[in-house]
Design a protein around this ligand. Structure first.
Ligand code: NAP
Ligand code: F7E
Length: 336
């Protein structure tokens, strides 16, 4: 019998990589997606064709308890991955209520269904390094949570809710505390993707200047493709537990811009402007740097793609989406 996985947030960056991983492991994967007036399946469209008998999607919304119940009852999954969230920290300052509703009540809704209906599905909750907020680096599973946004607060709620259901009702419910992870599939308004696609736009004359916010914040950036392996691994343990997943290196936004522009031979300083009045967050998280010793030891997991290769991968992919090879891009860059 194939194992069955239900993924909330299947249309997102991580949902698409996790689906690919589970399908390769011969799981049957059902992705829960919300209805949208515009198509939101670009990251998973290839999977319907590649795995017609193994992959499908079903409508549902984390704020809609009935839809969660319907999906769990219909598919009776062995594993449930909750990756769905309003995942943009900056946006959470503007839409706090819905961010909290989706990110905190969403996992509570899933866990209540599991408990009340007696399902034995293993449950994974996507938590975040944003929970650590202003706690000084390095951060691990024992670091104090001091979130600096409603996004961070909502993930702290999700974290404790997951632990509560594990401890009080003996559910297999585990948290992954993931540090920033990026990829060519990263959403367009996260800083790494903004920079790498910005480079392609500068080279094709679509924009002259790239406007960013705070350039001094430091992040521990890994590759989403590596991180979904850790996510899967967390649910394969004998006992449910919580794990920090990170690379153990951190760099500033300025470092990322320098490295990414350098891939095509451009000096980032000539093209990047900091517009703090537009992009500065009311409260910022200055430095995230993960200590994943526990995951390295217990999950036997470690990241394969590190900072430089991640920059290269993202720049090359965005150039390709503008029909440019790296060599062509370098030639254009010389004339700028
Ligand atoms: P993402 O690309 O923004 O994907 C979020 C997913 O959640 C999308 O599929 C989105 O659907 C879905 N979603 C949003 N609201 C929903 C709702 N009300 N009901 C059902 N689905 C809903 O995020 P990601 O980068 O893949 O991250 C996955 C998870 O890990 C998130 O929970 C995020 O907070 C967390 N996380 C991410 C990082 C990171 O660096 N990427 C680090 C730590 C934790 P639409 O396509 O319809 O918008
Ligand atoms: O910002 C600064 C910004 O939006 C990174 C999410 O996946 O990781 C992500 O959250 C840093 C911040 O990611 C711009 O102020 C400067 O200091 O790419 P970001 P994030 O806020 O770290 C965590 C772990 C998650 O859990 C989240 O879901 O970059 N920054 N200039 C900028 N950020 C953005 N977005 N845009 C700028 O122009």
């Amino acid at each position: 019998m194939k194992k069955k996985a239900l993924i909330f947030g299947v249309t997102g960056q991580d949902g698409s990589y996790l689906s690919e991983l589970l399908l390769k492991k011969n799981y049957e994967v059902i992705g829960v997606m919300r209805r949208s007036s515009a198509f939101n399946t670009a990251r998973i469209d290839h999977l319907y064709a590649l795995y017609p008998n193994q992959f499908d999607t079903s409508y549902g919304d984390l704020s809609d308890l009935n839809s969660i119940e319907r999906n769990i009852e219909k598919f009776e999954p062995d594993e449930i991955y909750n990756l769905a969230a309003q995942s943009h920290v900056g946006v959470s300052f503007e839409i706090s209520d819905s961010t909290f509703d989706i990110n905190a009540f969403g996992p509570l809704n899933i866990l209540q269904v599991l408990k009340n209906k007696g399902f034995k599905s293993k449950f994974y909750q996507a938590c975040s390094s944003e929970m650590f907020g202003i706690s000084p680096p390095p951060q691990n599973e024992n670091t104090l949570f001091q979130p600096q946004s409603i996004y961070g607060v909502s993930k702290v709620c999700a974290y404790y809710t997951t632990r509560y259901f594990r401890q009080a009702f003996n559910l297999f419910a585990a948290n992954g505390i993931l540090f920033n992870h990026e990829s060519p599939r990263r959403g367009l308004n996260f800083v790494t993707k903004k920079i790498t696609i910005g480079i392609a736009k500068i080279l094709t004359n679509e924009i002259k200047i790239l406007e960013l916010g705070n350039l001094s914040a430091r992040r521990d950036w890994g590759f989403a493709g590596d991180y979904v392996e850790a996510i899967w691994n967390i649910l394969q343990q004998d006992k449910p537990d919580d794990f920090v997943i990170s690379t153990g290196e951190n760099y500033s936004i300025e470092d990322f811009a320098r490295e990414a522009f350098n891939v095509v031979g451009l000096d980032w300083k000539k093209f990047v402007k900091s517009n703090v009045s537009r992009y500065l967050r009311p409260s910022e998280v200055p430095s995230l740097l993960g200590d994943s010793s526990k995951a390295i030891k217990q999950l036997k997991w470690k990241p394969k793609v590190l900072f430089k290769d991640l920059c290269l991968m993202m720049v090359e992919s965005d150039l390709k989406s503008f029909n440019l090879t790296l060599d062509e891009a370098k030639k254009i860059a010389k004339k700028l």
